[in-house]
Design a protein. Structure first.
Length: 462
C-alpha cells in the first residue's frame, strides 16, 4: 500500500512538473494566457498606501520607469546569466508588496492569489523577452534557463497555495527539495513480472532454449543487477558446448520476440538467452535524461559475461558467448565496443539490430548488423546536418528501400526530414522502417554459423 501511495504522489508530481515546465517553455502560449485572463489588481496596486520595509528603486524598463528591489536575487546558489537578475528583482518587489497587502487584511485571499499568479507569469514573460535580445547562439540556453526558473517559481507558488509569501529559511527550502527528490526517486516495486518480461518468457517455447530475465524489479541498482547477471551466467554456462546470448534490452526493457523465435529456429543445440534491463523509461527518455546508462550497463555486462566464459574454458568447458541488442540496446553495445575494444574481442559473435546513427558503421568483423534502408533510426545522426551519408550495406540488411528523406541531400532539411520520420518509423510492416521480424532468423543462422567456425578454429589453435 505504501508503494502505491508513493507511486500516486510521484505521478502527480511528475505530471505537475511536466505541465508547468511545458507551459513556461512556450512564451507565446504564456503571453496568450496572460492576455485573455480577466483584469485584476496587480501587486503594486494592492500594496498602494502600504509601507514597505525599504524604499523600492527605479530604473528605465521596457515600458518606461520600473520599480524593483535593489538587493533582490534569484534564490539560486549560482550567478544567473543573461542579465536575468533584473527580472528577479522586479519579481521580489511584487512578492513583498503582496505580503504587506495580505497582512493589511483589506483584500480577499483570492485577490492576492490571482495577483501572485500574474506576477509569476510576468516574471517568466519578462525573462523570455530578455532572451530575445541575447546573442543568437545563446538564445536557446537563455530560454531554457527562464523556463526552469519559471517552473520553479510556479511550483513554489502551488506549494504555498498561492497564499502569503513568507520568508522561509534555507533549511525549510532544502527540506522541501530533498522531500521532492526522495519522492521522485522512491523505489518502484512490483510483485509480478512486467509486460516486457512476460513477453520475453512467453516467446521461449523450445525445450533446448532457456530464457532468463534480469530486470529492474529484481534489483534497484546496477551493481545488484550485475550480481544477478553473474549468477545467471554461471547457471547458463554449465552445459557443454552451449550457446549463451547476452541481450541488452531497449530502454523500457523490451526484447523483440522475433529474436527469441529466430534463435530457436536457427539452432538445434542448447541456448541460454539472458536479457538485462537497465531502465523502465522508454528509449527516447533514457537517451535524453540518462544517456550514459545503456553503455555503462553494456560495458559491465559484457565484461562479466566474458569473465564467466573464460572461467568455463579454463576448466575445459565449451561455451559460445554472443551479444545482442536492438535500437538503444544495440547502440549501448556499439558504444561499449568503441570505448573498450577488448570487449569486442572477448565475444564470439553478435547481432546488432538498428543501431541509431549506424548508416555508415561497419562494426567488428564478427558482429553482424541488421538495418533497413528506410529506417529513420539508423539515419538519425548529426553528421547528416553537414554532409550526405553513404549507405554501407550489410549481409543481413532488409528490403532495399529509399532513405527516409526525399530527394538529394540538403543541409538541415534532410536531417529534419529524418527527425520527422522517427515517430512513425515503427508503424511500417515487418521488414520496413524500424520493424524487424522474420528476417532475424536468417541473421541468427549466419551469426551462429560464423561463431561456430570461430570457436572451432580457436580450439584447434589452442
Amino acid at each position: 500500500m505504501l508503494f502505491r501511495i508513493l507511486r500516486s504522489f510521484r505521478i502527480l508530481l511528475i505530471g505537475a512538473i511536466a505541465i508547468v515546465g511545458l507551459m513556461m517553455a512556450m512564451p507565446g502560449a504564456l503571453a496568450f494566457l496572460h492576455a485573455v485572463t480577466i483584469e485584476a489588481p496587480t501587486a503594486s496596486q494592492l500594496a498602494q498606501g502600504q509601507p514597505l520595509e525599504y524604499q523600492p528603486s527605479t530604473r528605465e524598463g521596457e515600458e518606461g520607469q520600473e520599480r524593483f528591489r535593489a538587493d533582490g536575487e534569484c534564490s539560486v546558489p549560482v550567478t544567473v546569466p543573461f542579465g536575468l537578475r533584473a527580472a528577479c528583482q522586479v519579481h521580489d518587489l511584487a512578492y513583498d508588496e503582496l505580503r504587506v497587502a495580505r497582512e493589511s487584511g483589506q483584500y480577499h485571499a483570492a485577490t492576492t492569489a490571482w495577483a501572485r499568479w500574474m506576477a509569476d507569469v510576468e516574471f517568466t514573460l519578462r525573462g523570455h523577452r530578455q532572451c530575445d535580445a541575447a546573442p543568437l547562439l545563446g538564445r536557446p540556453l537563455c530560454h531554457g534557463v527562464v523556463a526552469v526558473m519559471g517552473t520553479a517559481v510556479t511550483l513554489n507558488s502551488l506549494r504555498q497555495g498561492y497564499g502569503a509569501t513568507p520568508q522561509e529559511s534555507p533549511v525549510v527550502l532544502m527540506a522541501w527539495g530533498f522531500g521532492a527528490a526522495a519522492l521522485l526517486g522512491a523505489p518502484r516495486r512490483s510483485r509480478g513480472a512486467g509486460r516486457h518480461e512476460r513477453e520475453f518468457h512467453s516467446a521461449v517455447r523450445s525445450p533446448d532454449v532457456v530464457g532468463m530475465y534480469v530486470g529492474v524489479r529484481h534489483a534497484s541498482t546496477l551493481s545488484a543487477r550485475l550480481r544477478l547477471l553473474r549468477e545467471a551466467l554461471q547457471q547458463g554456462m554449465t552445459g557443454s558446448g552451449g550457446v549463451v546470448v547476452l541481450v541488452v534490452t531497449t530502454g523500457s526493457g523490451w526484447v523483440n520476440p522475433h529474436v527469441v523465435e529466430g534463435l530457436q529456429r536457427a539452432t538445434s543445440g542448447p541456448v541460454t538467452i539472458i536479457a538485462l534491463q537497465y531502465s523502465r523509461l522508454p528509449s527516447w527518455a533514457v537517451a535524453l535524461f540518462r544517456p550514459w546508462l545503456p553503455a555503462r550497463t553494456a560495458r559491465a555486462a559484457i565484461a562479466a559475461a566474458s569473465d564467466a566464459a573464460a572461467v568455463v574454458r579454463r576448466h575445459g568447458g565449451r561455451v559460445r558467448l554472443l551479444v545482442h541488442g536492438e535500437s538503444l540496446g544495440a547502440a549501448a553495445i556499439r558504444t561499449a565496443f568503441a570505448q573498450r575494444p577488448q570487449l569486442a574481442a572477448a565475444v564470439d559473435g553478435g547481432l546488432l539490430v538498428s543501431p541509431p546513427g549506424s548508416v555508415e558503421w561497419d562494426g567488428p568483423a564478427h558482429i553482424d548488423v541488421v538495418r533497413h534502408r528506410d529506417d529513420a533510426v539508423v539515419w538519425f545522426t548529426l553528421r547528416l546536418l553537414v554532409r550526405p551519408l553513404r549507405w554501407r550495406p550489410a549481409a543481413c540488411d532488409g528490403y532495399a528501400a529509399a532513405p527516409p528523406y526525399r530527394g538529394p541531400w540538403r543541409p538541415l532539411l534532410s536531417y529534419l526530414q529524418v527527425f520527422a520520420a522517427l515517430p512513425r518509423a515503427g508503424d511500417l510492416p515487418f521488414g520496413r522502417g524500424h520493424r524487424y521480424g522474420p528476417e532475424l532468423t536468417r541473421a541468427w543462422a549466419r551469426v551462429l554459423a560464423r561463431s561456430g567456425r570461430s570457436a572451432q578454429g580457436a580450439r584447434t589453435a589452442g
